[in-house]
Design a protein around this ligand. Structure first.
Ligand code: ZN
Length: 521
């Protein structure tokens, strides 16, 4: 009697939710088959090895990117899934060659570093020169007067770090006073460096081109990522002279030598090939829907990467999660109600270009999207899921999650309706077009400092148990979305006011991709 009263006192919608949230026996059976296939016949390790170790990084416009596209199509074909590479634009073709940096005077030692993406090539003999620091001048006029000093020299353009230890290491071992002192010194040092660059009249982005124009023969930088051994490796921004990134340790040593008048001389060999303009692709695979082929469940991950390492967690792990989920679905759910499509997008790193092009080129598919699941923030298990501002997202996502094993959903913090993502990864391209697209957001595993766009983003950083967890989650959500009785609602919630400006927030709108990128002007 007491129990009945309690039930009756619940609002009606709550009861109906509880009843309808129970997954059917069929759903439970499919979910358990997905878990079994993922755990007993995992292909994740093989996929990661072939993609990351053998093919390597996937910078847009490189032959390795195209190799990866072709590899994925072949994998899907092996699994009986139809797939193709869809050209969406062109990019500057470039291929990384050997980088070798040595200190040749006052003593000889090989230095640890690599050329940046799209760095112009040296010849085989390389360049050998003394090093020059950016001077502390009064203003941009004084800097222009100084600039001719770089002629024929290699210029060091980064601040040197006062400590090569990350903060967590200081926190563990330093006295409190010494940690505080270091942080104060570092703040002052960083502020002074910013001021030094500002006074040149250039920014850290534009100064390379100015140095090149003034006759420098090479540029050395060090973009430390605040983690032992980790540097960010982005692009060169020069037309003819090479740009190399050196480890914090080697850069600091050279910097101190120059400051102390030791006149270090280094030799840089940085070979690369310009390959003209090349086509660039998204890899698209699909299993056609048997009842509603024009409605789509999309598994989404960007396929490209930066090339300081092999793009293992950005976004090798998202890529293999979606490929593995698709392989499993083909095996346990070969005749889906709706079409299941995997999009492995090109050139996310330069501005979501592949997915924006897909949205622009396929309005029919975007219109038919039942749900899209994107994963792109590292190797960790999924711990956050937002409704992206769609008013009724809770109704369907909540229901679908009920079919996922509790040990997976227990880790996930959901936010409904949430706010729409304006960028960050490819789901945003679809949200901007009004399609219910969601981000499977991962636990960080020190992503931002250690692996994101660094020289350390390699196979060994993958936590395969977490990636397997994500493949299971993705496959079950895709199955539930495909089988759902109704098409999902796209009703948008009214967004909250921007707390900073007090103005009404607005929904993002679609943006066009860059379809002819990387050109030297
Ligand atoms: Zn990414």
């Amino acid at each position: 009697m007491k129990k009945l009263n309690l039930l009756l006192s619940l609002p009606l919608f709550a009861i109906s939710f509880i009843v309808s949230a129970q997954p059917s026996d069929k759903a439970k059976e499919i979910a358990s088959q997905i878990v079994k296939e993922a755990n007993e016949n995992s292909q994740l390790e093989n996929l990661a090895h072939e993609l990351l170790d053998v093919i390597g990084p996937r910078l847009v416009g490189t032959p390795q990117m195209k190799k990866a596209n072709d590899w994925a199509v072949a994998k899907y074909s092996d699994w009986g899934i139809s797939a193709k590479n869809e050209e969406w634009g062109k990019w500057r073709g470039w291929e990384r060659g050997i980088t070798h940096v040595d200190l040749v005077s006052p003593r000889v030692v090989s230095l640890s570093g690599m050329q940046l993406a799209w760095s112009p090539s040296t010849d085989k003999k390389g360049i050998t020169s003394e090093l020059v620091l950016i001077p502390d001048v009064a203003d941009s006029l004084a800097f222009s007067k100084w600039l001719p000093n770089v002629k024929g020299k290699i210029v060091m353009v980064s601040m040197h770090q006062l400590t090569g230890r990350p903060d967590y290491n200081w926190e563990e071992f330093a006295t409190e006073a010494s940690f505080e002192k270091m942080k104060n010194e570092r703040d002052a040092h960083t502020k002074a460096w910013r001021e030094r660059i500002r006074k040149t009249g250039y920014t850290s982005r534009t100064i390379n081109a100015a140095l090149e124009k003034a006759g420098a023969i090479g540029i050395v930088q060090s973009r430390w990522s605040r983690a032992f051994g980790a540097n960010k490796i982005f692009s060169a921004n020069t037309k003819k002279i090479p740009v190399v990134d050196l480890s914090l340790e080697d850069y600091g040593m050279l910097y101190r030598m120059v400051e102390n008048g030791d006149k270090p001389i280094i030799k840089v060999v940085a070979e690369s090939k310009e390959l003209g303009t090349v086509p660039t692709f998204n890899t698209i695979a699909e299993i056609k829907g048997s009842e509603l082929p024009n409605e789509y469940v999309i598994l989404s991950a960007h396929f490209d990467s930066w090339d300081g390492a092999t793009g293992a967690t950005d976004n090798g792990t998202g890529t293999i999660t979606m490929m593995e989920a698709m392989r499993i679905l083909k095996k346990v759910y070969p005749n889906p109600k709706r079409t299941i499509l995997v999009g492995l997008w090109g050139s996310e790193e330069q501005g979501l270009n592949g997915s924006r092009a897909f949205v622009e080129d396929h309005p029919d598919i975007v219109e038919g999207v039942q749900a899209l699941f994107n994963q792109d923030n590292g190797t960790g298990r999924v711990v956050r899921l937002s409704g992206q501002g769609f008013l009724n997202a809770y109704d369907y996502l909540g229901k679908w999650l009920e079919a996922v094993p509790k040990e997976i959903t227990d880790e996930i913090e959901t936010t409904f309706p949430g706010v729409p993502g304006g960028g960050g990864s490819d789901y945003a391209s679809f949200v901007a077009a009004g399609a219910p697209a969601f981000s499977l957001s991962s636990l960080s595993w020190s992503y931002w400092n250690y692996t994101w766009h660094t020289n350390l983003d390699t196979y060994d950083k993958i936590v395969f148990d977490d990636v397997r967890n994500n493949a299971i989650l993705t496959a079950i959500l895709a199955y539930m979305a495909s089988e759902a009785p109704e098409k999902t609602s796209r009703t948008k919630s009214v967004l909250p006011l921007n707390s900073r400006t007090g103005e009404q927030r607005t929904w993002p709108t679609p943006r066009s991709p860059q379809r002819d990128g990387g050109k030297l002007d």
